[in-house]
Design a binder for this molecule. Structure first.
Ligand SMILES: [Fe+2]
Length: 198
């Protein structure tokens, strides 16, 4: 397979361009360089229909956010074009750190990665949506991860203080660091790009 659906290719281009503007340090730079190189080779598209969850009623509000840079507007527009084909899912495991409304109040979608719209193992690139006033469960994973945040909302690494990257902000999670996110009065909407250890 040597070409990608034009809408998905536009999304990939827009996402990588938006990330490139705000790379949060050399570890993230190296990770994103590897991800960018890997995504240069398309993988087969998953042949299941897209599926939304009830929390996706907050998606329009999340995507209507005023963004500070043209690359972010382009990213949102290209995301809109592929979103109907995404399969939104809930995280299967969570602990007492999650708010009581966590299950109904969040959804994740893998865009390029395992079981993603583009089904591949070498990259995990997707998006998370939280309804207002939801605290996502503490979690960790082997792959390093770089977030690109498109909304208000706060994040935490380890036992550190909660911080707000702001709309268009980015930060990097080292392998296995415990992390979490929480929304305030508005939905939280953020992309994540993970490079699995191999
Ligand atoms: Fe994560």
């Amino acid at each position: 397979m040597d070409s990608r659906d034009p809408a998905l290719q536009s999304f990939v281009d827009a996402a990588l361009a938006a990330y490139a503007e705000v790379v949060p340090g050399p570890e993230a730079r190296a990770s994103l360089d590897r991800i960018t190189a890997a995504l240069g080779t398309p993988a087969p598209r998953r042949e299941r229909p897209g599926r939304r969850l009830p929390v996706c009623e907050h998606l329009d509000a999340a995507l209507a956010v005023a963004v500070p840079r043209p690359a972010l507007r382009h990213l949102i527009e290209s995301f809109r074009a592929v979103e109907p084909d995404l399969e939104w899912v809930r995280r299967a495991s969570f602990d007492a750190s999650a708010s009581a409304n966590f299950t109904e109040g969040h959804a994740n979608a893998m865009i390029l990665g395992p079981a993603g719209l583009e089904n591949r193992a070498d990259v995990w690139f997707g998006v998370s949506l939280l309804a207002p006033r939801v605290r996502y469960t503490d979690h960790s994973h082997a792959p390093e991860e770089t977030y690109l945040v498109l909304s208000e909302g706060e994040f935490r690494q380890g036992d550190g203080a909660w911080f707000a990257p702001g709309i268009g902000g980015s930060f990097y999670n080292t392998p296995f660091v415990t992390h979490a996110m929480r929304s305030g009065a508005h939905p939280l909407f953020a992309f994540w790009a993970l490079w699995p250890e191999r």
